[in-house]
Design a protein around this ligand. Structure first.
Ligand code: PMT
Length: 220
């Protein structure tokens, strides 16, 4: 039964960073490797789900049985994710989406100047918040990457973005959060469950996240 727990379910997962272009040779990004989101996609596929993985630029192989859609910028990720939202039963937003993008993108390489350079930045659209606002019957999971008061800030995201679950990680500690093969998280659900998982492989964290999601979806 284990292998068919998510049979027939459409699971939409985002992973990796976004890149925000400045000019043909420069961009703004973050340290996300994609490992956490790719493990979630791997385990969801093993549980029989129909998985779409919307991925920022990463150096990882596409997990077996998973449909991967590559994107670069926050804007592209917004477009792909919102256009596939209707068909999704479960959405897990692991990607580290840039909150800002350069106001102007230069077609030619920016030349060095003697004076300091200031870059005007504008906010990107909050994909997760949009999904929360437009939710019909999807089970919506957000991540929260925090460096202080991690659980309190994470719980604010659960409420403000109308999530069913938030997975909170403290990204200020070694061997967890960005890039590591391991993670330690607190999972909080809208139904009031709270699970704190000690440091373990991202695959084990992914299994636990999907176990709790499956339970909650079954009970709904
Ligand atoms: O990729 P790895 O190296 O394995 O690292 C994993 C991870 C640290 C990236 C992952 O575990 C994680 O915490 N992902 C969320 C990172 C993040 O952007 O957190 P945030 O607190 O800034 O954003 C909160 C949520 O809003 C996230 O689900 C994010 O996908 C979403 N968001 C943010 C901004 C935006 N414009 N649109 C969004 O949808």
């Amino acid at each position: 039964r284990q292998a068919s727990l998510l049979q027939g379910k459409h699971v939409l997962i985002t992973a990796g960073p976004t890149q925000e272009k400045i000019d043909p040779v420069r961009f703004l990004t973050n340290h996300s490797s994609g490992k956490m989101g790719y493990q979630l996609a791997t385990v969801a596929a093993e549980l029989g789900a129909n998985v779409t993985l919307v991925s920022g630029p990463v150096q990882l192989e596409t997990p077996g049985g998973v449909t991967r859609v590559d994107v670069v910028s926050a804007k592209e990720m917004y477009e792909v994710v919102t256009s596939r939202y209707d068909e999704a039963d479960i959405v897990i937003k692991t990607a580290a989406v840039s909150d800002y993008t350069p106001k102007v993108t230069y077609d030619q390489k920016l030349k060095k100047q003697t004076k300091p350079l200031a870059l005007d930045m504008v906010r990107t659209k909050d994909i997760l918040k949009t999904l929360g606002d437009q939710k019909t019957n999807q089970y919506l999971v957000g991540f929260a990457a925090e460096t202080e008061d991690v659980v309190a800030y994470g719980k604010e995201k659960l409420i403000n973005k109308q999530l069913d679950m938030v997975v909170i990680n403290d990204v200020s500690k070694p061997n967890q959060g960005f890039h590591a093969d391991t993670n330690a998280v607190t999972i909080v659900t809208k139904t009031g469950q709270e699970h704190t998982l000690p440091l373990q492989t991202k695959r084990a964290v992914a299994k636990e996240i999907l176990r709790i999601i499956t339970e909650e979806v079954d009970q709904a």
